[in-house]
Design a protein around this ligand. Structure first.
Ligand code: SF4
Length: 582
């Protein structure tokens, strides 16, 4: 062990607050940048400005920007130029009829329809849906379960974007899945590839006595805005948007490219321009896999302004995102290159109006998050009603369990099911009198409404069981780690453990109290699953990027190592000091 590692294991003696002791966010430069310098080219005698929005115009923009930089388009951009991914339906149908999987760049292009060919991890498709705000209805969940039994693996995975995925879809079932989803009023278009992914919101929207504003309606409107605007399919890379209502369960808005976070302007701070009320703070550029949170812009929006502003931000990104290097193709890199002032000015030009600025320090940001509110029974804002947060072991439910949950939502709730970014789900509107019966029904399904402090904060990506990028079997390891730790410790507050199989960081290992990044480790003559172990991540008010503490630890040593770290915390903390504050 290095001195620092020893220090850590003996009780985090290096600092008083892990989150604040880790690396800080980079300082933005306002200089430089490669903005629109007026270069223009024409195609077929038509200037860019005269072309209608859509793939042709986007292709032109891509070519122009690349010509300016003197670099070559990356292969994915070339593929999009040669074939519009939205024009593949016939081709996908024919391939499915022949029982074939796509080849070459068609594997990438087909992701625009939510279909991921995941070989060699599995010789099958994964299909990701879009469920804005994580909200679905019992009839949809029951229908999705039936569809999974007919055409997929007989189970459903809840993702870290409050969404659902099918796995183990044979080639000849791909189109049955896409048609079946549409019949259930569920869309998969744009859930993969270079698109705006599932729009997330606070899962307690409308039932949380602490929230400032309902946010699921915003996520739903944003979803329809995206689906019905051709330019929204022309991005250089994927993109995430979240709405957080400032309530009890975080939507992790600061990990998104665009984060809208509800805040209140109180009467004593109100101005003519900003009367007392609820607004959304605009933050930009979150991508924790690249060690960056969304940063404040100083822009404060009325709720009714959010959609058009998001649309303008995406349009500026479409025009100026990097199309030559996939690793630099996210919004963060435009912001790093330009600085926020220049970017916001471009958004204002796109919108044709000035964005309202407000001193961030003058708005009241609520601090009511409860890290256990997504598990178990809790009171709603509505008198006599409760919601239950159901524990789903690393996000997976069988089709039978899904049908059982749908029945509970119908029999005892209002038929709604709400998925969370914590890979579980909530059933709202349960009468106080029915709580005991719902508890029994959940246990009968082999599910639970109780979780240890480790299970409550356990997040794992797909891992090598279904993802070709994975260096480790994250889901299985997550369960083994939780079992190991909960048999030894009884904590009063949760410790988040995030396991991610590769640097894509789908499980956001940099924001976990303990963040594990999969790797292969040499052990004797073998290469075995292992992890790089990070500590000190957080989000929201406890924002921090976890720092690497142990490198290349074989998995069979990881549970004991984590136990040692937690033991150090328990032995040396001050009274009431949480893990993140330690
Ligand atoms: Fe696959 Fe990597 Fe994402 Fe895990 S983090 S699901 S291994 S791409």
């Amino acid at each position: 062990f290095s001195d620092e590692q020893k220090q850590f294991l003996s009780g985090f003696a290096f600092g008083t607050d892990v989150a604040r002791a880790v690396s800080r966010l980079p300082v933005l430069s306002n200089s430089g940048g490669s903005g629109d310098n007026g270069t223009s080219i024409t195609v077929g005698g038509k200037a860019e400005d005269t072309l209608p929005v859509g793939p042709e115009k986007i292709a032109l923009i891509a070519q122009r920007e690349t010509t300016k930089s003197g670099k070559k388009l990356c292969k994915e951009e070339q593929a999009k130029l040669e074939k519009n991914p939205l024009d593949m339906w016939d081709e996908m149908q024919a391939r499915s009829d022949r029982g074939e999987f796509p080849k070459g760049t068609d594997v990438f292009l087909q992701k625009f329809h939510g279909l991921f060919y995941v070989a060699p991890a599995q010789d099958s498709f994964m299909c990701r849906m879009r469920l804005p705000g994580g909200l679905l209805h019992a009839w949809q969940l029951a229908g999705l379960a039936d569809l999974s039994d007919r055409s997929a693996g007989g189970y459903l995975d809840v993702t870290t974007r409050a969404n659902l995925q099918y796995r183990e879809i044979p080639a000849d079932q791909a189109m049955n899945i896409l048609y079946g989803l549409r019949e259930l009023d569920v869309v998969s278009l744009g859930s993969g590839g270079d698109n705006i992914r599932n729009c997330t919101a606070s899962p307690l929207s409308g039932i949380d006595s602490q929230e400032l504003i309902e946010t699921i309606p915003f996520a739903k409107r944003m979803h329809h805005y995206i689906l019905n605007s051709r330019e929204m399919y022309g991005l250089p890379r994927k993109f995430n948007i979240a709405f957080d209502g400032g309530g009890t369960i975080s939507a992790l808005d600061d990990t998104n490219d665009i984060g809208f976070h509800a805040v209140r302007v109180n009467a004593d701070r109100a101005t003519e321009k900003f009367p007392e009320g609820v607004y959304f703070q605009l933050t930009l550029g979150g991508i924790t896999g690249h060690k960056d949170f969304a940063r404040p812009t100083g822009v404060l929006l009325r709720p009714d302004q959010c959609l058009s502003v998001a649309g303008a931000i995406v349009r500026v990104f479409v025009r100026h995102g990097d199309r030559t290097d996939r690793k630099k193709a996210r919004l963060k890199y435009v912001l790093d290159d330009w600085g926020f002032d220049k970017f916001i000015a471009a958004v204002e030009e796109q919108l044709g109006m000035e964005l309202p600025r407000f001193d961030d320090s003058l708005v009241e940001r609520s601090n009511v998050e409860d890290r256990l509110a997504h598990i178990g029974f809790h009171r709603q804002a509505q008198p006599g009603k409760q919601y239950v947060g159901v524990v789903l072991p690393v996000g997976r439910i069988t089709s039978d369990q899904a049908r059982g949950l749908a029945a509970i939502a119908n029999d005892y709730g209002n038929g709604e099911i709400r998925l969370t970014v914590w890979q579980n789900l909530l059933i709202p509107f349960i009468d106080d009198a029915d709580v005991e019966r719902v508890q029994e029904r959940l246990l009968e399904l082999g599910l639970d409404y109780r979780a240890s402090r480790f299970r409550a904060g356990l997040v794992a990506c797909t891992g090598s069981g279904g993802c070709k990028f994975a260096a480790a079997e994250t889901k299985t390891h997550a369960m083994q780690i939780a079992d190991h730790l909960q048999s030894q410790f009884d904590l009063e507050s949760p410790i988040n453990i995030h396991l991610t199989g590769c640097h894509h960081s789908c499980a956001q290992h940099y924001i976990g109290d303990l963040g594990l990044l999969g790797c292969k480790v040499e052990k004797g003559d073998d290469m075995v699953d292992g992890y790089h172990v990070h500590v000190g991540g957080g989000w929201g008010q406890r924002q921090g990027i976890a720092r690497l503490l142990f490198e290349s630890v074989a998995f069979d040593e990881v549970p004991d190592l984590l136990a040692g770290i937690i033991r150090g915390y328990l032995d040396n903390r001050d009274q009431g000091e949480s893990f993140i504050e330690f």
